[in-house]
Design a protein around this ligand. Structure first.
Ligand code: NIG
Ligand code: FE
Length: 415
């Protein structure tokens, strides 16, 4: 039944069922010596009353702990074959991400390994990754295809995510995104328009019909897919009922943020080189700016202008971008540090960005992302009573217990 009582805990949460924008991002609701009652996986009570003991109900003594909503990693590429450690070494010697991609490495390198990986090995590898993420307090993960770039492998990746959601042992919910437009595959070299035609004609309708993806994404970047190609694909996707995401302005300032606003996308992601106009349009349109500081760190690129975006009134979410190329990391602790230290976010804004705004970036703000009656009980207990420890304990995991839909899925010690 997933009934649970957490007593004498400090509740720390944003409030609401939509993304928090601008100054709202720093408003957290804090309640000391609180009790939380979870019935059938849903939060049924949050307040000061002591909940009477109930038989068959799991009890957690929250003394000395903070209770936060589970973290939502709203941008990841977690299903892939192989690794690309050699590319990381080349980058250490001065190579750039795009030059490696241009000479046939990068994404298409992982495409080769993913095409030859069987379903079960992809599943096992992805499960291992989400178990690690769950230890760091992640309860929901957005996962993208994009390492197949052909019908069979794109569907295989999405089916792996579907299978994960059906697996009892999976500690997170996966929100699947179709990223067939991640790169131009070798078979279509020099024919990117034809590849977009193929995606529109064959892939978008089939994946929608099979209900394998909720969102559609594209790598809109100089030398990959242009603004015009992105607009063409995403408008078709929108007509079919996909929610839209864009890898926008990651390497150069191409106008991806502006396009996301024009198309009312759910989110524009990366934004390292978003223009002033792009930032203003994101703020005006309410499109979520999903920032991925681990990628900037790993590529030694300048960080996205998170502080300026929030000051301009944007709703900012934070995510890991876990992938085998630009950022082989699912580290929430390091994401928090980089957001606070290098992007100028406050701790409160960082918490909102990883919870309620992350939920909004996967279209689930009504159900997830805050500790309120009626929301699903995706919760984390920190080892400390003070949430300020999150960035302070540099790169270290402060999460003691992770609860998914009222069920304890990870616990470091007996709480
Ligand atoms: O978000 N930039 C495009 N996609 C990923 C990297 C994928 C890869 O290198 O395998 C990103 O950074
Ligand atoms: Fe990405």
């Amino acid at each position: 039944m997933n009934d649970l009582i957490i007593s004498d805990v400090r509740v720390v949460t944003p409030l609401g069922s939509m993304a928090r924008k601008g100054a709202e991002m720093s408003e957290l609701f804090i309640l000391d010596h609180a009790s939380v009652f979870v019935s059938d996986g849903i939060i049924a009570y949050v307040g000061k009353e002591r909940i009477p003991d109930k038989p068959d109900c799991v009890q957690i003594d929250g003394r000395g702990c903070c209770l936060l909503p589970g973290f939502i990693d709203s941008h990841s590429h977690l299903v892939f074959g192989g690794l690309r450690a050699e590319e990381f070494s080349w980058r250490l010697q001065g190579d750039s991400y795009m030059s490696i991609m241009k000479r046939g490495g990068g994404i298409v390198n992982t495409v080769k390994s993913t095409r030859v990986s069987d379903f079960d090995s992809l599943l096992a590898k992805s499960m291992e990754l989400v178990h690690r993420m769950s230890e760091m307090g992640v309860t929901t993960v957005e996962g993208k295809s994009g390492y197949g770039l052909d019908r069979e492998t794109e569907i295989k990746q999405l089916e792996v995510m579907q299978e994960m959601n059906k697996t009892e042992d999976c500690p997170v919910e996966i929100v699947p995104t179709f990223l067939g437009a991640h790169a131009v595959p070798e078979e279509y070299k020099g024919r990117s328009e034809e590849y977009i035609d193929f995606l529109i004609r064959e892939m978008l309708p089939e994946i929608r019909k099979k209900n394998l993806a909720e969102c559609c994404d594209i790598f809109c970047e100089e030398g990959v897919f242009s603004i015009e190609q992105s607009r063409r694909l995403l408008m078709e996707a929108k007509d079919l009922g996909y929610r839209l995401k864009i890898h926008a302005d990651e390497i150069v300032s191409l106008g991806g943020a502006e396009l996301a606003a024009e198309l009312h996308a759910l989110s524009a992601d990366h934004l390292l080189h978003a223009s002033d106009t792009g930032i203003r349009r994101l703020a005006d349109s309410g499109v979520i700016a999903t920032l991925l500081p681990l990628t900037a760190f790993a590529l030694k690129e300048p960080y996205a202008r998170g502080r300026e975006m929030i000051d301009a009134g944007c709703a900012v979410a934070l995510a890991t971008d876990l992938n085998p190329g630009s950022c082989f990391s699912g580290s929430i602790p390091l994401t928090i540090d980089l957001a606070c230290i290098y992007m100028g976010l406050s701790i409160e804004e960082t918490i909102t960005a990883l919870t309620l705004n992350g939920a909004a970036a996967v279209g689930r703000a009504e159900k997830l992302g805050s500790i309120e009656v009626g929301k699903q009980a995706d919760l984390i207990l920190l080892d400390y009573p003070d949430y300020h420890v999150l960035p302070y304990y540099i790169g270290m995991n402060c999460v003691n217990t992770t609860i998914k839909a009222g069920k304890i899925v990870k616990c470091k010690n007996n709480k």
